[in-house]
Ligand binder design. Sequence first.
Ligand SMILES: [Zn+2]
Length: 207
Amino acid sequence: MNESRKRTEELKIAEGVAGSEHGSMADLVRAMIAMVGEDPQREGLRRTPERFERALRYLTSGYHQDPQKILNNAVFSVGYDQMVVVKDIELFSLCEHHMLPFLGKCHVAYLPDKKVVGLSKIPRLVNMYSRRLQIQERLTSQIAEAIQTCIQPLGVGVVIEARHLCMVMRGVEKQHSEAVTSAMLGAFRENQRTREEFLSLIARRAT
Ligand SMILES: [Zn+2]
């Protein structure tokens, strides 16, 4: 196929998609499969657009959830005033620049001020914000701020270590390198000892 004819066909596909008001996400994916040079009707690909749509809707379902609803029904009053740490929370998200996965671990800590939140709610909060198109820095601070808003602790610390497939797969980054981001609020920002206690608790190896 010569270049200009190929162009015309691609345009036709694009117009067909943009032109149909009721074109579903699966139809868009079918067009994308054709655009990369595959046959969307090939047996193995025939139901791929619907599968992809279901997967993408699930992976972006965090837009329809309210973080405070997740946390609020599990807030308890306590006398406990030591650091609460939930570490090694598995994290999977999609980068907003390439819509490719980034994955790794999230560590969350806070210093309670009369209130704590059920431990299982922290991973749920991490999942909720992960199921949006994200950049790692914003994901990190959204998690910290949601906890701050909900139980107003003396401070919150969040650290995310993640590998971005958009970089790894395209060879932009060495295969095992990780991006590390942190958000420190209140005592975690102001008090070096609090911050160091958190960082030493989440360190992979004790020295
Ligand atoms: Zn990316």
